[in-house]
Design a protein around this ligand. Sequence first.
Ligand SMILES: *Cc1c(COP(=O)(O)O)cnc(C)c1O
Length: 407
Amino acid sequence: MIKRNTGFANLTAGYLFPEVARRRREYAASHPEAKIISLGIGNTTEPVSKHIASAMSDYALGLATPEGYSGYGDEQGNSALRQKIAEVFYSGKVDASEVFISDGAKCDIARIQTLFGNDVKVAVQDPAYPVYVDGSVVVGAAGENIGSGYKGITYLPCTEENSFFPDLSKIEPDTLIYFCSPNNPTGVTATKEQLKKLVDYANAKGCIIIYDSAYSEFIRDSNLPKSIFEIEGAKTCAIEINSFSKPAGFTGVRLGWSVVPNELKFADGSSVNKDWNRVMTTLFNGASNIAQAGGLAALDEQGLKDMKAQVDYYLANGKKIKETLDGANFKAMGVEAYFTGNGPYVWAKFPGKKSWDVFDAILDKCHIVTTPGSGFGPAGESFIRFSSFGHQADVEEACGRLSSFSM
Ligand SMILES: *Cc1c(COP(=O)(O)O)cnc(C)c1O
């Protein structure tokens, strides 16, 4: 028989979100009367704007006509969309030839691991979005879980003590560094000074940064960088990955992009951009042309306005959750809630408690699904992530229930 990929054998526990879903299902089955509200998984809930949806519907109907029909598109994605992304998100700091259109950020993060193989050293912020670590384990760049984490992964704790920015000196030379800002799950956004330190460190030590900026459109503080390419020196050490999922409600539509600078090189001097082009054309066959028509509409004047309004809606939910977690009942438990207003998550510490115990207590007493912080890495223990993705009325109902929670 064929041997199982040892990477899969090394993966411990289930992927975080299926486990959350399993507990929710079990609870609902044994408590059919409970009206469960989810502040758990970061899934968008608000409808795609009419303007953007119409562009996709027009394109789809056009496919039924000889003039409107299109088959496979350009290898790296629709040229107009690549150009538009370079202009809108990078104000000319990035060339369209460095932009690759994809079916989403998570898919890009998974595919990008094939670029570095199983020999590469990996460092992640701890806590972190699970695919950086789990994907590394699958491709063999990380080994067994030794209790405190996977062998071959350097965990960089991001805690209250370091204001959620890691100690870079722990990163060995020639390491692939996953860095997410605004961060999932902590919500914290790195400042220009912090990113400059990261970029300088990476350039000095031969590291490459995979910069996940899926929440860049949530940044409201104009002093904070929305892209790592706002930082001098980033083009020789960073790849950026972003997506329409969160700002445009494209979680189900599927559209993202990556930026791989022409200047970025491997140790042998060869171009990372060229290999990435190879990955995108060999292992992937382009994003849906319907989704790309939606992406173009999202980046015109009306589309940008619509995305901003949608993000504002979620940020208002986040503010409401933060106010609730600042309430007297949570203060009595010693809870500290972090919300920056520049990301969709509220990250709350329940001192002395295990994340899954808090998760179960909130599900049982309030019928609210959250995400246990420990699922994002060892440093997430005792934390709970509250997501601001939800209908306003549900978030208000959830906050009402939470205001009398105790455990
Ligand atoms: C949601 C999310 C993604 C996934 O985006 P898709 O484009 O839907 O695949 C990537 N990174 C982070 C940090 C996310 O929270």
